[in-house]
Design a protein around this ligand. Structure first.
Ligand SMILES: Cc1cc2nc3c(=O)[nH]c(=O)nc-3n(C[C@H](O)[C@H](O)[C@H](O)COP(=O)(O)OP(=O)(O)OC[C@H]3O[C@@H](n4cnc5c(N)ncnc54)[C@H](O)[C@@H]3O)c2cc1C
Length: 305
């Protein structure tokens, strides 16, 4: 029996583990990935908004986090798949068959990129699907590319790519771009960038590499093909909360509902970070919530004696 099991080792889970250890709790962290860091591993831009720490990218910030948590004394199991969770009993069954139990569970499973579910989306990973405009700019320089999505992430990547690609086509299914005003203005005045609103990419086509996308525009009967050498998809994120569905209150989009103390609807089960922050997903929010959950749980264990 552990005092606490933390599920997920992104910024939220790491901060919670650090604090749980600091407060003397016997702490186990389960991470499904090969290594810790969560979304930090996918930030290729400078991070200038984590107070007091400027980092050239997510990996640099992660290295600082790792140096901090290295001093702490909690157990961390990476590459660990969870088969099922019984939140009432705070029992976790691993895919390996092992059963674990804790007095408290802190859920820090974050979010994942939403997929379009169209043909070619998975097949061309590594063959023309871009991971990030910042990371892949040089690889795709000189190619015509398509960016799918209409929010800040899509707009920011489209603008980055427009600096090195002859044409960038932004395809968005809504009537207006949701991206912030600054991005919308820069897109409008950029002659390399074309925006197709009320349009959907239906298929990604090619041989070894991406060669074209098939786009259906609103009001059209038939889709048309447009030649491109790369595709970047940014159509939002969704919470990693499936494991807990039916056992916790979730909002209509699947985010875990937690109060100011990060308590969920299940006793001694806390939710922190992006999996419970649909409106304000930030690194500082995630680490702060980790500290809050750890302190509330530690206070409760002390009161129990
Ligand atoms: C490109 C990009 C740029 C960003 N820029 C900024 C920025 O400038 N400033 C800022 O504040 N924020 C930024 N963010 C957001 C920030 O990265 C997130 O808010 C933060 O990472 C959330 O941390 P988290 O720990 O809640 O979740 P995540 O980072 O998503 O980590 C969740 C972890 O849980 C693990 N996990 C999921 N399911 C399971 C399971 N079933 N079992 C075990 N482990 C599991 C995952 O593998 C992952 O390691 C950016 C994000 C991206 C993608």
């Amino acid at each position: 029996m552990h005092d606490v099991i933390i599920i997920g080792a992104g910024p939220a889970g790491l901060a919670a583990a650090f604090w749980c250890d600091e407060l003397g709790l016997d702490t186990l962290v389960l991470e499904q990935g090969e290594s810790v860091g969560g979304q930090l591993q996918k930030i290729y831009n400078p991070i200038n908004n984590y107070l007091g720490v400027a980092a050239a990218n997510g990996q640099e910030l992660l290295d600082r986090f790792a140096a901090g948590v290295d001093q702490a004394d909690f157990d961390l199991w990476t590459n660990t798949a969870i088969d099922s969770v019984e939140l009432k009993a705070r029992r976790i069954r691993l895919a390996s068959g092992e059963d674990l139990q804790a007095i408290g569970i802190i859920i820090a499973t974050g979010v994942r990129r939403r997929k379009l579910g169209i043909p070619g989306e998975d097949e061309f990973v590594g063959h023309g699907i871009m991971e990030s405009g910042a990371r892949d700019a040089q690889l795709f320089a000189g190619r015509d590319v398509c960016v799918i999505g209409g929010g800040d992430a899509a707009a920011e990547n489209a603008l980055l790519l427009a600096e090195i690609c002859p044409t960038v086509t932004l395809v968005h299914r809504g009537k207006t771009l949701r991206a912030r005003q600054e991005f919308r203005e820069r897109i409008q005045s950029n002659h390399c960038l074309t925006v197709f609103k009320e349009a959907q990419v239906q298929r990604i086509l090619g041989g070894e590499q991406i060669e074209a996308v098939e786009i259906l525009r609103a009001g059209a009967i038939k889709p048309f093909q447009m030649a491109v050498g790369g595709v970047l998809i940014r159509v939002g994120v969704e919470p990693n909360s499936e494991l807990f569905r039916g056992q916790l209150q979730l909002d209509p989009r699947g985010y875990i509902i937690a109060n100011g103390e990060r308590e969920t609807s299940s006793e001694n089960v806390f939710a922190i970070g992006d999996v419970s922050s649909p409106l304000a997903p930030t690194i500082s929010g995630a680490t702060g919530a980790g500290a809050t959950a750890a302190k509330v749980l530690a206070g409760r264990l002390t009161a129990r004696g």
